[in-house]
Design a binder for this molecule. Structure first.
Ligand SMILES: Nc1ncnc2c1ncn2[C@@H]1O[C@H](COP(=O)(O)OP(=O)(O)OP(=O)(O)O)[C@@H](O)[C@H]1O
Ligand SMILES: [Mg+2]
Length: 312
């Protein structure tokens, strides 16, 4: 189940249903841990092939010499002691084959893959016969394949073969409104006997973090909180410091109660501006305010430093 209430995820779910019904090769792009394999799985589940096998292979984990045998199979006694086996293409017969980290294939392997995709026929290593395969291929990558192609690390013809239909899974930091729902879903998935809840402050901290490792990182953080936390409510103190640092900086910067909202927000605006290296446009983007509002905060701050607006 692809969880997420953000507009991009709603659109992605609709795309999966639409594209899943077809037989097109799909390219799923997105940073590490965003849920590319989950999307591939969803494409399979909604497709007419859903009763067939779902086979995923990580191209980055394959040693060049074993790659061909792994993908296309190998005949018995090709070399001394070699046992014959089917490759992933054959194993995914009637179903879906996910080629994860497809950008990591060597250029030689890319050529072999292209040939198979063009003909939908495979020849096992050491074999003499060619078998037709009926497999739907979903390729996934955390690098932009178009860039890889431009720098000649990825074959242009294979790129066009794979990217007929592209789905992009955005990083979690660009869809923060998914964090509450995702966190509850992941807590439910990983909880032990007792039900788990997320404390308000813990949720604030999760929302403030940038999640370079995306949903997988969120999942690990919550698993850890479940395992190590004392109760049924996840608290900020159950989260690793790397996650809570930004949140704590913000909270510890909070007024002690003697400051007006205007004074505090003006101070906060200046803090953000400093973090943006003085770039006012960038600060406006981060704060989601107009240039005019930013200037009014800054001129207020100048007044405040002259001592005329401090509240007792
Ligand atoms: N939208 C989502 N809803 C529910 N679970 C999600 C979602 N996105 C990701 N996950 C979960 O996060 C984890 C990582 O997802 P997945 O393996 O699909 O990511 P990936 O993009 O393939 O990662 P990698 O780049 O490392 O291969 C999985 O446990 C997956 O179930
Ligand atoms: Mg993956």
């Amino acid at each position: 189940m692809i969880v997420g209430q953000s507009l991009v995820m709603q659109k992605l779910r609709a795309d999966v249903i639409r594209i899943g019904a077809t037989n097109f090769t799909v390219l799923v792009e997105g940073e590490s841990g965003v849920g590319k394999e989950l999307v591939a799985r969803a494409l399979h589940d909604v497709s007419p092939r859903h009763r067939g096998p779902f086979v995923a292979v990580n191209c980055a984990a394959l040693v060049e010499t074993l790659l061909e045998a792994e993908l296309f199979g190998i005949e018995e006694r090709t070399a001394t002691g070699v046992r014959g086996r089917r490759g992933k293409f054959e194993l995914a017969e009637g179903g879906t084959l996910v080629l994860a980290e497809v950008a990591d294939l060597s250029v030689a392997a890319q050529a072999k893959l292209l040939r198979v995709l063009q003909d939908m026929r495979v020849e096992r290593v050491g074999g003499h016969s060619i078998r037709a395969v009926n497999t739907r291929v979903v390729a996934a990558t955390n690098r932009r394949l178009a860039d890889q192609m431009q720098t000649k690390r990825f074959r242009e013809d294979l790129y066009y073969r794979l990217s007929g239909v592209e789905l992009c899974v955005p990083p979690l930091r660009l869809r923060r409104d998914d964090i509450p729902l995702l966190s509850r879903h992941l807590l439910e998935r990983h909880r032990q006997a007792q039900q788990m809840e997320l404390g308000t402050a813990a949720l604030d901290a999760l929302m403030a973090f940038d999640w370079p490792g995306n949903v997988r990182q969120l999942e690990r953080v919550l698993e850890r909180a479940i395992a190590l936390g004392p109760g049924s409510v996840v608290d900020v103190s159950d989260l690793p410091s790397i996650v809570t640092k930004g949140y704590r900086d913000l909270v510890e910067d909070l007024p002690t109660g003697s400051e007006s909202l205007r004074t505090w927000s003006s101070r906060y605006v200046r803090g953000v501006l400093r973090r943006c290296d003085g770039n006012k446009r960038k600060a406006c983007d981060v704060l989601d305010i107009s240039y005019h509002t930013l200037r009014s905060h800054l001129s207020f701050a100048r007044g405040a430093t002259h001592g005329d607006v401090q509240t007792p």
